[in-house]
Design a protein around this ligand. Sequence first.
Ligand SMILES: NC(=O)c1ccc[n+]([C@@H]2O[C@H](COP(=O)([O-])OP(=O)(O)OC[C@H]3O[C@@H](n4cnc5c(N)ncnc54)[C@H](O)[C@@H]3O)[C@@H](O)[C@H]2O)c1
Length: 294
Amino acid sequence: MSILDQFRLDGRVALVTGSGQGIGRAFALALAEAGADVVVADLNAQTAAAVVKEIEQRGRKAVAALGDVGKEEDAKSMVAAATERLGGLDILVNNANAGGKGDLDWIGRNLKALIVSSRLAVEAMKKRGRGKIVNVASISGSTVNVRGFSYCVGKAGVVHLTRCMAVEWACHNVNVNCISPSYTLSPARRDDNEEMRQRIRSVTPMGWYERPEDMCGTLIYLVSDASNYLTGQEIIVDGGHLLSDWLLWPPPARVAPPLVSPEQEAASLIHDLDVLGVKHDGQGFVAKEERRTG
Ligand SMILES: NC(=O)c1ccc[n+]([C@@H]2O[C@H](COP(=O)([O-])OP(=O)(O)OC[C@H]3O[C@@H](n4cnc5c(N)ncnc54)[C@H](O)[C@@H]3O)[C@@H](O)[C@H]2O)c1
């Protein structure tokens, strides 16, 4: 098989949780473009249906599986959507968070959801004799950038859970790895104003605010045959952000402009806000009444 053929996913079936918008949607579309059929699992029927349509337009099969990844019955029906409606399961992307009130509840619910979904997926993957699981963690699993304990500790847990799962399931030819994004322009960050976007660019060596599509190359590598010997690893896709402790001297002045301009950064966010019916100014800055926080 040629090296580029190793990246193709023809005939594979993927399940992506939280794929109605944001990072999950970009992942679902990339998987379809690489040849996979996709289960679009989400709480939101409207956005999930829109992504199913986008996948079908790319010539692949897609089904929506509506539910909450924090509920075992819903996780079962998501995996069943793959096995019963698309013929099996080869790839699971644990992208959605399960929510929760308070630190311990959040950490517990999120790790439990990952364990439950992944165990169900591995049962289905055993029938194929192989499989790939990718967990979505965060730079917050390595640094403390969010107040309170839940998110940072929970995401650190995702990184180590990835290693434990990798060792546990290698005997079934299932690889388990995780991707850690930096601040990413999805609807989750729709409250960021221009000052915040500029602050994030200024601490990111590559010079732009991460887009969901900036992680798709890494995802396709991790779910394809090209990564069959890689397991239990965290790949931090952050434009160099975590490396940039620029306290004592200013960052090196840019010689070339960033590969992605401020205008190009928000395309995915603008698409999602339009599907959600959230009012914005054309660059993805939302009206005050549309903000998630006060
Ligand atoms: N956006 C960022 O800055 C950023 C940074 C680091 C890590 N992440 C991680 O990336 C992942 C995706 O984030 P995003 O920015 O695309 O978020 P988002 O809020 O834009 O999208 C999340 C999607 O998941 C769905 N969802 C939420 N809870 C669910 C549940 N319990 N069951 C099923 N579906 C559910 C939502 O309906 C939505 O479609 C998350 O794990 C997040 O922690 C995001």
